[in-house]
Design a protein around this ligand. Structure first.
Ligand code: MTE
Ligand code: MO
Length: 320
């Protein structure tokens, strides 16, 4: 985000062949792991292979959410080849190319801090915590582009309720995996790794806030934040932290990665706001990926009716 201005951003796409090969590779890995699991069942205690819960990439039985937008979707190819994921490279095309390094099984997520029931979840048990829904949301990047994405996930509130946060829990802090082997972008000090994000408790509990595990009815590709990422549709895209390993309930406002790196440019709240410009560019308009003409950016990314009351009485110019 610090490197490119919106005017420098061009849409560049990976060839269908590369995409095909990537998906083939996943299917192969998944079936090997499934075989390994079967072997592990026959010889318990002897084999310790990573386990994959599903032999294919399909997520079955997801229900459609009434909270979805009915705008036209961006294509699978656009959503999976034009990404921001600095742990896998700072160019838009790099995350898809480096996705192969990010092995996401086994994977655990620690839920901890100010809570009565802290717990370390295996990714497969997190996916069973609440029925999976398709949620079609607009994603508005702070770089003034946007997409419409059919996520598969469940409300973050479902996980928070399980944890029973104490009355000291005022914020939720999220942390991405730190592992330069699986996240080669962490070998460069682009940010102070690991990536950290945060929400106020009422924002985290809001029904629009989801944890996503898939898109287009399939498990998340690594470049989109597999195996588990946050999606907060009324905030700039960088709040939607990818590849989460820790969720912590805290009393003080978390120091997030982008605020730490450039607090004059990125605030804690980061609500989409066409009236508050980034110091280096306007936020009044955005380019929907795949479209030529820019469109007007909407307050709270168009979700004002649902979320404006969270910020009543707050000056959104100082709390940007
Ligand atoms: N860990 C981590 N999460 C991240 C980022 C990142 O670099 N690292 N980029 C953010 C930004 S700036 C955006 S716009 C969205 C992009 O999500 P997408 O690539 O799935 O569309 O992810 C966000 N989550
Ligand atoms: Mo972004």
């Amino acid at each position: 985000m610090l490197i490119k201005k919106p005017s420098d951003i061009k849409e560049k796409e990976v060839t269908p062949k590369e995409l095909y090969l990537n998906r083939r590779r996943f299917l192969k890995t998944a079936s090997i792991a499934a075989a390994a699991t079967a072997a592990g069942a026959a010889f318990p205690g002897i084999l310790a292979f990573p386990r994959v819960s599903r032999a294919t990439t399909k997520l079955e039985g997801t229900r459609k959410s009434p909270l979805s937008t009915d705008e036209p979707l961006n294509s699978y190819k656009q959503i999976t080849t034009y990404n921001n994921f600095y742990e896998l490279g700072t160019d838009k095309e790099s995350p898809a190319r480096n996705a192969k390094y990010l092995v996401t099984r086994p994977w655990t997520v620690a839920v901890e801090g100010e809570a009565k029931r802290p717990k370390v979840y295996d990714i497969d048990s997190i996916m069973k915590l609440s029925p999976l829904e398709e949620r079609i949301y607009r994603l508005r990047c702070v770089e003034a582009w946007s997409m419409v994405i059919p996520w598969v996930g469940f409300p973050l509130s479902a996980l928070i309720k399980q944890a029973e946060p104490t009355s000291n829990a005022k914020y939720v802090e999220f942390t991405t995996l730190y592992d330069p082997k699986r996240m080669p972008g962490q070998r460069r000090a682009v940010l102070d790794w690991p990536y950290v994000e945060g929400l106020r408790m009422d924002e985290a509990m809001h029904p629009l806030t989801i944890l996503a595990v898939g898109l287009y009815g399939e498990i998340l590709p690594a470049q989109n934040g597999a195996p588990l990422r946050l999606v907060v549709p009324w905030k700039y895209g960088f709040k939607s932290i990818k590849s989460i390993v820790r969720i912590r309930f805290v009393e003080k406002q978390p120091l997030t990665a982008w605020v730490k790196s450039a607090s004059h440019e990125y605030g804690f709240y980061s609500n989409v706001n066409p009236e508050v410009d980034h110091p280096r560019w306007s936020q009044a308009r955005e380019r929907r990926i795949g479209e030529f003409f820019k469109r007007k950016t909407l307050m709270f990314n168009g979700y004002g009716e649902q979320v404006a009351q969270l910020y009543q009485g707050m000056d959104l110019k100082t709390n940007f």
